[in-house]
Design a protein around this ligand. Structure first.
Ligand code: F3S
Length: 247
């Protein structure tokens, strides 16, 4: 069944912009990205949108649909009432380049700042892992880097001034992944707390709620990292051991 949907799309650049109304055809089985593509093909050829795989795996088409951070390609039109106006805006935490496309370079900067996997003296083929450790990090490796978690976290969403000190849930999860890796030799606890702002996270879990891969970012990465940091910082025995260099 086809119908005409009311769409409201943010149009503009880094200087100014406004919501623009469109009426556009919707067909059975379509997702919001299909409608944005139809808009480009029929009414707004200059409408800018970033996308690539259209299968929920590349993490490119992040946007806000009726105010909720979502992937355009994974949001079915059947989830809306046909009479409802569907509002599509760019993710709010990153600067707009044009229309629905934002500058997400903050995330690449944060990724570069995290010290990479440190195998110590182990040579190629010498590392052995228990299956339980493999599975733990595999959950984190499902991340498609859509940055919806980064977009929704209030620490930076409403506070530009925190971006310098806070890496955001995606990259604190990456630090957690490395910290929990049995073969990684680096101590990631101070890196998380002192260099990447783990203390800013007050466990609101918004990041977990919007993850399209359903990664339990808060429960499985951020809270365990906080527990490890607290153990090191405030347990007197651990603290003394760390001073003596034996923990
Ligand atoms: Fe932000 Fe997630 Fe913590 S949304 S405050 S990083 S639990």
């Amino acid at each position: 069944m086809s119908y005409e949907a009311k769409f409201r799309v943010w149009r503009g650049d880094d200087g100014s912009g406004e919501l623009t109304d469109y009426t556009v055809e919707v067909n059975e089985g379509e997702v919001v990205l299909d409608i944005i593509h139809r808009l480009q093909a029929t009414q707004a050829p200059d409408l800018a949108v970033r996308w690539n795989c259209k299968a929920g795996k590349c993490g490119s088409c992040s946007a806000e649909i009726n105010g909720m951070p979502k992937l355009l390609c994974m949001t079915r039109m059947s989830t809306f009432d046909p009479d409802e106006t569907v509002t599509v805006t760019p993710v709010r935490t990153f600067p707009v380049i044009r229309d629905l496309v934002t500058d997400v370079s903050y995330n690449y900067q944060k990724a570069r700042e995290i010290p990479s996997f440190d195998p110590g003296d182990a040579g190629p083929g010498e590392l052995r892992m228990q299956q339980v450790d493999v599975e733990r990090s595999q959950e984190f490796r499902k991340c498609i880097e859509c940055f919806l978690c980064q977009n929704v976290c209030h620490v930076i969403r409403d506070h530009e001034e925190n971006k310098e000190q806070f890496a955001g849930p995606r990259f604190l999860m990456r630090i957690g992944e490395l910290e929990m890796h049995p073969a990684d030799q680096a101590d990631r606890r101070n890196i998380a707390q002192d260099d990447h702002g783990l203390g800013f996270c007050n466990i609101t879990k918004c990041c977990t709620e919007v993850c399209p891969e359903h990664i339990k970012i808060t429960d499985n990465a951020l809270i365990p990292m906080k527990e490890r940091v607290v153990g090191r910082k405030y347990d007197p025995v651990v603290w003394l051991g760390s001073k003596l260099g034996i923990v």
